[in-house]
Design a protein around this ligand. Structure first.
Ligand code: SAH
Ligand code: SF4
Length: 439
């Protein structure tokens, strides 16, 4: 028996990976404990998307080593393959493993802890065939595609996670059916580019993302389906019709554009133009007029001029994104753009980020008014109490953040239940209303 704990940075994919890591370590006799430097094994699931995260993770890993000189530290995730990081952390004597080579670590750990293996431990070769140990009892994150083949000029993911691999549709459907029977209410599908899903079934037939979505939607039960992220170059009419016809799928689509300037989009290697993007939006809105759109925009990519930024701004206004993640460009070793000068000042990046934030918030403020006086269903994520007040926090199927105030006499509902809320107030960041009932 050995104890292990996890320290997770970055995106939802890393959290999903951590649930699989947990299951794989439990198989070889590991016992998960809350994050503690005193664990026998500490797994740092790292993020390499921006420089700031990289520095934080290196410092954090060094601190862990200082607090426990004997622990086995494993650095995995999107920094672990980088030779310069391995050299910087070499003195801490840790293992480095990209997630697609996780089985190497399991083999090493099995050797180290061999005498103490208590369960029927095994070394699984394929990381994504291991069944996750989900940390939530009502929302399950399932990676459906891992890795990426797109090589956008700014992005580390193809280097860190390797080529795109799709999980088998049968494996996913069996897992989701089991989760729904257990009472899970939200199935969250993950991939760097879910729309390029190409799972092979046992008959060697290829499934695309639309087919997978339709099959999940057909599983009996009351549940929601969400997914992240979609790449504009891979959206097609079949997918749009699937969204239109499958009521369990969220009507909110996160479609990262990254820039509204054709010059920058070409330099980024995104393989679409702003005109292509407008065309996709037109097609989606023709089928699903009330679709809610969100996006990611990188500000300050090398040589991004004021005119390029204005192209991003006009695009945001024209599409009417109700949420937008504006991210300051950060040069990443290995990527194509690393060779270009990072020549947009931090001040300008910040300014552009602020302008984009103000813009989407204004759009959201206006759009959110349509919820006023409506009764909506949310999935409860948090319950908070303060003095003589209590309220619940959750999201509806449109992915809006909602607060529901509970009167003192009402029985407090539970996290993971559905709740009906009557909306009484709306703003740019979400909705607020009166809790009516939970079920
Ligand atoms: N696969 C998704 C995005 C994955 S990375 C897509 O194709 O859009 C998540 C977000 O991190 C990206 O949308 C991008 O805006 C941001 N990002 C990626 N590389 C970055 C970098 N070098 N600097 C700053 N932000 C970056
Ligand atoms: Fe990175 Fe582009 Fe792949 Fe997204 S599609 S993960 S931005 S390389």
């Amino acid at each position: 028996m050995f104890s292990f704990s996890l320290s997770i940075f970055g995106c939802q994919m890393n959290y999903a990976d951590a649930e699989i890591i947990t299951a794989s370590l439990q198989k070889i006799g590991g016992q998960k404990i809350p994050l503690s430097p005193q664990s026998d094994v500490i797994i740092v699931v790292s993020c390499g998307v921006r420089q700031g995260a990289e520095e934080r993770i290196i410092n954090w890993t060094q601190k862990l080593r200082q607090k426990n000189s004997a622990a086995i530290i494993i650095l995995t995730g999107c920094l672990s393959h980088r030779v310069d990081i391995q050299e910087r952390l070499a003195f801490t004597n840790i293992f480095f493993t990209p997630i697609n080579r996780w089985s190497e670590q399991i083999k090493k750990l099995t050797t180290i802890f061999q005498p103490e293996i208590t369960s029927n431990g095994s070394c699984q070769d394929d990381f994504y065939s291991i069944k996750a140990d989900y940390s939530s009892h009502y929302r399950a994150y399932l990676p459906i595609v891992t890795g990426c083949n797109n090589f956008c000029a700014y992005c580390v993911v193809p280097y860190a996670r390797g080529p795109e691999i799709s999980r088998s549709p049968e494996l996913l459907l069996a897992e989701i059916t089991k989760l729904i029977k257990k009472g899970y209410k939200e199935i969250f599908l993950l991939g760097q580019n879910v729309n390029s899903y190409q799972g092979l079934d046992q008959k060697k037939q290829k499934w695309n993302f639309a087919r997978l979505l339709r099959a999940i939607n057909a599983i009996p039960g009351n549940f929601w389906i969400r997914f992240l992220s979609s790449h504009p170059k891979d959206l097609d009419q079949n997918f749009i019709e699937t969204l239109q016809n499958c009521p369990k799928i969220s009507r909110q689509l996160h479609l990262p554009i990254q820039s509204g300037s054709n010059r920058i989009l070409a330099k980024m290697n995104r393989r679409y133009t702003r005109e292509d993007y407008f065309e996709i939006i037109k097609q989606i809105r023709a089928s699903i007029p009330n679709i809610i759109l969100s996006t990611d925009i990188l500000v300050g990519f090398p040589n991004e001029s004021e005119a390029d930024f204005q192209d991003s701004l006009t695009l945001v206004k024209k599409v009417g994104f109700e949420k937008l993640y504006a991210l300051k460009y950060s040069p990443r070793p290995e990527t194509a753009a690393y060779l270009y000068p990072d020549n947009v000042s931090t001040k300008t990046k910040k300014k552009r980020q602020q302008i984009l934030d103000q813009t989407w918030q204004k759009i959201a403020e206006k759009q959110n008014q349509k919820y006023l006086n409506r009764e909506i269903i949310i999935l409860i994520d948090k319950i908070q109490k303060k003095a003589d007040q209590k309220w619940i926090i959750g999201k509806n199927l449109d992915n809006k953040d909602v607060i529901g105030v509970i009167s003192n006499k009402t029985k407090t509902p539970k996290i993971g239940q559905w709740a009906k809320i009557k909306i009484e107030q709306t703003g740019s960041l979400g909705l607020r209303g009166k809790f009516i009932s939970a079920f």
